[in-house]
Design a protein around this ligand. Structure first.
Ligand SMILES: *[C@@H]1O[C@H](CO)[C@@H](O)[C@H](O)[C@H]1NC(C)=O
Length: 374
């Protein structure tokens, strides 16, 4: 990538807008580093916990994206399942949030699997967890395709009971994949995701707000668009559950509402909206557990993916089990570092860029990559 050329281009476009110009050039150069956060500061990248620690059975699945990138995923299922149980129950294809690796999703995935009595396939995007490569929009889209193909080839997965579930960045990955393969999914669930990266960028880098965002002039600089608002109307006909935390500190809940409007305007009659008054970006399943889990379970049941004898696992049921004692401790460690790490990485990246943008000629380091403003 030619930084000087970029710099010249932004300069000539925004004469006089020095700060914004420098910010734009950096945004262009460091974009992948600013957007994707496979590793949280202070936490090791290798997995510290295995799913066994969380009372789950699992299989390591190794597969490849179309461009040859080596990917890793976990096939996760309840401890007490016998062979053959898997085909009877739905399989959730889970796309994770941005910051951190799949290790950190285990506390959530444990509850998901227990509540829905389902198996979960949890692939890691390229550059995340045990997958090789480095993240980009085009790359993650390939990874999602490969994940679905891998699932469809498995004998133990019922191809008519695959549900896509994506949170935050994973929502964008899931919306894109289901829009392209609507017929291969039984349903989809998206939680606290965004309308597009162009809409998110001005929130993370406020000094760019006049240049980037809906209808703004510099959107062409964003290579990683994740244009979910454009994709979601294509999901018309697929049962959808949209879940929105009203206290989301990272992404504006208004963007979830926009997605909901776009899909209902497309004529979709099968879109369920659930909102959680007091929950933030990552914690609806804990803070609003009394609404979160029943909403998911009812949605599954309504679409023939539930089972008759079926109650929400009470918190006590889960916590009482010996196997989960150590899991609870691990979950706490993970959740704490996640809460801190999430805000930190984005804020640190944004602050570094803003500072460098104000001092032309200075350099900036984000997630291990450096760039100079001129
Ligand atoms: C979960 O599903 C399996 C497979 O259908 C079944 O054998 C098992 O009894 C179910 N477990 C619960 C707790 O409902």
């Amino acid at each position: 990538m030619d930084v000087d050329l970029m710099w010249w281009l932004t300069r000539s476009l925004f004469v006089g807008g020095g700060i914004a110009g420098a910010g734009l050039a950096l945004l262009y150069t460091l974009q992948e580093k600013l957007i994707y956060v496979p590793r949280l500061p202070g936490l090791p990248n290798p997995y510290v916990y295995t799913p066994t620690r969380f009372g789950l059975q699992y299989e390591d699945v190794h597969f490849k994206a179309k461009d040859g990138t080596k990917l890793h995923g976990w096939m996760l299922y309840p401890q007490d399942w016998k062979r053959g149980a898997m085909r009877k129950r739905p399989t959730v294809l889970f796309f994770q949030e941005n910051a951190g690796n799949m290790n950190m999703r285990l506390p959530y995935l444990r509850l998901l699997i227990l509540s829905l009595n389902c198996s979960v396939f949890a692939p890691s995007y390229r550059g995340y967890g045990q997958s090789s490569g480095s993240p980009s929009e085009a790359g993650l889209k390939q990874d999602a395709e490969a994940s679905l193909e891998t699932l469809l080839q498995r004998q133990d997965v019922n191809p008519s009971k695959i549900v896509c579930l994506g949170k935050s960045l994973g929502g964008a990955v899931g919306i894109d994949l289901t829009a392209k393969h609507k017929d291969k999914f039984a349903a989809a669930v998206f939680e606290n995701t965004f309308t597009s990266i162009t809409d998110v960028a001005p929130k993370v880098l406020p000094f760019l707000k006049h240049l980037i965002g809906q209808g703004r002039p510099a959107n062409w600089l964003i290579r990683n668009k994740w244009n979910s608002l454009e994709q979601i109307p294509k999901l018309q006909g697929l049962p959808l559950l949209l879940m929105s935390s009203l206290q989301d500190e990272l992404l504006p809940p208004a963007q979830m509402q926009q997605l909901y409007k776009a899909v209902t305007a497309s004529g979709s009659k099968d879109c369920t909206w659930v909102e959680f008054e007091d929950a933030g970006h990552m914690d609806a399943y804990e803070v609003a557990q009394q609404e979160y889990w029943p909403a998911l379970m009812q949605f599954f049941k309504r679409h023939g993916l539930g089972q008759d004898h079926w109650d929400a696992p009470a918190d006590d049921d889960i916590d009482d089990k010996e196997a989960y004692d150590s899991a609870d401790e691990s979950a706490e460690v993970i959740e704490d570092s996640q809460q801190q790490g999430n805000g930190l990485t984005h804020r640190a990246g944004a602050a570094a860029v803003q500072k460098a943008a104000q001092e032309p000629g200075s350099s900036v380091h984000v997630n291990g990559v450096s760039a100079k403003t001129s």
